[in-house]
Design a protein around this ligand. Sequence first.
Ligand SMILES: Nc1ncnc2c1ncn2[C@@H]1O[C@H](COP(=O)(O)OP(=O)(O)OP(=O)(O)O)[C@@H](O)[C@H]1O
Ligand SMILES: [Mg+2]
Length: 391
Amino acid sequence: MAKHVSVENLSIIFGRPKAQKEALKLIEEGLSASEIRKITGATVANKKVSFEIEPDELFVIVGLSGSGKSTFIRALNLLNTPTSGDIKINGKSLLELSKKELREYRRKDVSMVFQHFGLLSHRSVLENIEYPLEVQGIPKDERRKKALQVIEQVGLKGWGESLPSELSGGMQQRVGLARALVNDPELLLMDEPYSALDPLIRREMQNELLTLDDSFERTIVFITHDMNEAFRIGDRIALLKDAEVVQIGTPLEFFKNPANDYVIDFIADVDKSRVLKARNVMHRVKNMIHVKASAKEARDLMRATESEFLFVVGDQKKYLGYIDKEALKGKSAQSLETYIQPDENIITRNMYLSEALKVMSDSIYDVAVLDQMGQLRGALTSDEIITALSE
Ligand SMILES: Nc1ncnc2c1ncn2[C@@H]1O[C@H](COP(=O)(O)OP(=O)(O)OP(=O)(O)O)[C@@H](O)[C@H]1O
Ligand SMILES: [Mg+2]
């Protein structure tokens, strides 16, 4: 299960204990980080940060250099300790973990990917990936098996025996990702993982991350200073400025309701049609029915949802096709299976809107939006796309 993260009034201050204390007081008086620094000499790196990250969400934190992004993400595995406030993982405060619990949390529940890869240069790719399992004392056979699995997931099959120095930057970061995935973390922390890479490789890695995210239940916290990157991959985004959160929302919400001029400036260079994806705009599906339901249940649902057709799914919401009103008229067979029509108009949730629009062509109905596993995640109309792009 993916983790739920709750950040409550978190402040992190660097400096001497006395200066920290003074700074905390000044935070309460409403002074800014830079004012507090002038008065006390302490650095307020996070100031009263509060938000929740939902399980399975890909949550992005974006902000300029020095805005407090790394300080924040390092608090999620307690490499930085909150000066005040709290962080709860699935309802349990990190500050209340015993030493043993904290060790377990770091080994099993959470992993981190760093900007500069952080690979061990004298070890092979596979040995690097296995490292977290080795630290846990997992037997050699078992950890090799797991490492071979994840090396394939990140597209590095066949490179296991190479040394990191023999790999390109993009490939080295894939190793970094594999090493972070090897213990199946429920919370994955990524601190500017792609910032050192060329734009094209970077794009490719972003898309791969989205695909990977589709195939696992996992909460991801991703840090970047690039708004395009933030919007391209984030389900939701928090914009940090001078240690504080300026705005939190979905990419669409940022475009629709930028909180202030700073946000407007920040998103000015973002090209909507190149960042917004089906997942950002789709709506929840109400007219969905399980294939094992009866024709009567299908008709009732159509009436209740005022729909001309239903999306039919199997177990785990696997999308099977649609069934329309006409096909069910006068029918009362037990299973819907025989009435399902295969659907050729399908959108994947990581498709850009411009691409999705082409797939929809002239369909006036909702079009199914699927994830990588073929599960029905939502639906889209061409109106929704056009509105999103034009707003
Ligand atoms: N261990 C530390 N001791 C003292 N000051 C620190 C420490 N870590 C961070 N800071 C300060 O806290 C502020 C926020 O730093 P942080 O590294 O969180 O920013 P960032 O948003 O990650 O920046 P970048 O994009 O450059 O990585 C900076 O002023 C930095 O100098
Ligand atoms: Mg940083």
